[in-house]
Design a protein around this ligand. Structure first.
Ligand code: PNS
Length: 162
């Protein structure tokens, strides 16, 4: 069985992430979307909220599961006996950062964890969780960026009613 992990912060999940999830789920038999519980950052949504949101957003994909993880990705992947991590590449600006993470993971895992990049579909190439949060914080329109139920939850966090 071909299995992969798609790790990320997903704070919050965007249509760009969902595009990568759909495409990776059609390539692999099983895809685990792994939500980083990063104690160094203060996210908008708790890790439990992000997992719940992702579960709802991927409910129609039977071979996708969602989990939280903390610590090193290579340790988490080794425990699950998974050897491929998926990452989305939006533009050349992502490349340097992503290449650094991929090479570090390859080195630390002694070659056991490889990274596969999926280029984000062009219509989502501009999207980032950070800009979605900024737009929503000013009560701007994020309907093209995230599913309606996610937009509602984001606006609620910023005290906006839609
Ligand atoms: O969505 P993000 O924030 O760009 O995802 C980054 C992520 C979660 C893939 C990366 O920060 C990660 O894997 N963190 C876990 C800690 C780790 O393994 N660090 C070593 C890689 S340099």
């Amino acid at each position: 069985m071909k299995a992969a992990i798609y790790p990320g912060s997903f704070d919050p999940v965007t249509y760009g992430h969902l595009d990568v999830i759909h495409r990776a789920a059609s390539i692999f038999d099983e895809l685990t979307v792994s939500v980083l519980n990063n104690v160094m950052k203060t996210p908008l949504f708790s890790v439990e909220e992000r997992v719940k949101i992702l579960m709802e957003a991927t409910a129609e994909l039977p071979n996708v599961k969602v989990e939280a993880f903390s610590g090193l990705l290579i340790d988490y992947a080794a425990k699950k006996d998974i050897h491929v991590a998926i990452r989305g590449l939006r533009a050349i600006t992502d490349f340097e950062y992503e290449l650094q993470i991929a090479q570090t993971n390859k080195l630390l895992s002694k070659g056991k964890l490889d990274t596969m990049f999926l280029t984000t579909s062009l219509e989502y190439a501009y999207l980032s969780s950070t800009s979605v949060k900024e737009i929503a914080s000013f009560n701007g329109d994020i309907s093209q960026c995230v599913p309606p139920f996610v937009a509602k939850l984001i606006y609620e966090k910023y005290g906006h009613r839609k």
